[in-house]
Design a protein around this ligand. Structure first.
Ligand code: PEP
Ligand code: MG
Length: 311
């Protein structure tokens, strides 16, 4: 085998401000992995796989029907691997599929998708995955194969969970796919008020982390459609109700040794970074263009906390 050991060909992260709170980056398309890694982020706080799947132009069911399961798994492996490789050994948190039915309906094969009045309140995220464990299994197979290839920097994140039952059911699917939840890092997104209120029971299920998806958490807490311009001025991720849920989750998670992070758009806002660092969040994941500013804001707030503590 003449291949170079992977470590030797991986780029080194550039110099960046040292902070106790990790600052990570969100990645939505594998093509952005290089640019994302160049920010010097401490890892990927959210790797979306929607684009890898939607860009096939067909629903997963149709794609598999025409190309076979292996082709589907390979597509996922290729996309995730590009990012896991670029960041290795920095952690990459890959999220299982979370596209609403209206987005699937636009694809070839999408006519079979349910027609929903409220796709955002409907068949998406973990709900869909648990309803179709046979399809979910292909995603998990891709992750399992990546672990086998040595990408031990991968972490698995479950979207739109509501409670411990969702988490235990998903955990069972990980196990069935040969992924040991005691050995690999896995966790949930906090996107619904229910998930925030049930985080203690979810912690007992053995999750390693809980990550605030503030796009949805804000939408569902305030009952403000994140895509409705008529109420866009009411979409406030820094609303006291949202912040209260976040603060409570951070406190509960700390008691249970569960890491906390944010991967919604608000993670790119300095005001949110300030709030989260003061509350003791473990990491913040920002958009590529915002990583630098968040790194500096985190550093500033941490230094202030330190000075205040010795005064
Ligand atoms: C969120 O809800 O904040 C999130 C990161 O997920 P998405 O934007 O993909 O719903
Ligand atoms: Mg979301």
């Amino acid at each position: 085998d003449e291949r170079e050991p992977l470590e030797e060909v991986r780029p080194q992260a550039p110099v960046k401000p040292m902070t106790a709170t990790e600052v990570k980056v969100n990645v939505s398309i594998p093509e952005a992995a290089n640019r994302a890694a160049a920010t010097g982020a401490d890892g990927v706080g959210l790797l979306r796989i929607e684009h890898m799947i939607l860009s096939l132009g067909q629903t997963p069911a149709r794609f598999i029907e025409e190309n076979g399961e292996d082709a589907y798994v390979s597509e996922l492996i290729d996309g995730v691997r590009t990012v896991a490789d670029e960041f290795y050994p920095r952690p990459v948190r890959v999220r299982t599929l979370d596209a609403p039915t209206d987005e699937f309906r636009e694809l070839e094969g999408g006519a079979n998708e349910p027609l929903e009045h409220n796709p955002m309140l409907g068949y998406r995220g973990i709900r869909r995955s648990l309803d179709r464990p046979d399809v979910f299994a292909y995603e998990l197979e891709a992750f399992a194969r990546l672990f086998d290839m040595g990408y031990d920097n991968l972490e698995i994140m479950l979207p739109l969970v509501n409670d411990a039952e969702d988490v235990y059911r998903a955990k069972r699917e990980l196990e069935k796919a040969g992924i040991d939840p005691g050995k690999r890092k896995w966790g949930v997104m906090i996107e619904t008020p229910a998930s925030a209120l049930c985080v203690e029971e979810m912690a007992e299920a053995g999750i390693d982390f809980a990550s605030f998806g503030t796009n949805d958490l804000t939408q569902y807490t305030l009952a403000v459609d994140r895509n409705n311009e008529n109420v866009a001025d009411r979409f406030d991720e820094l609303h006291p109700a949202v912040l209260r849920l976040i603060a409570d989750v951070i406190e509960t998670c700390r008691e249970h040794d569960v890491a906390t992070s944010i991967c919604g758009q608000a993670g790119s806002k300095p005001e949110m970074a300030q709030f989260l660092v003061n509350e003791g969040v473990s990491s913040i994941s920002a958009n590529i263009d915002a990583v630098r500013d968040v790194q500096h804001e985190v550093k500033r707030v941490e230094q202030k906390l330190l000075l205040d503590s010795v005064r």
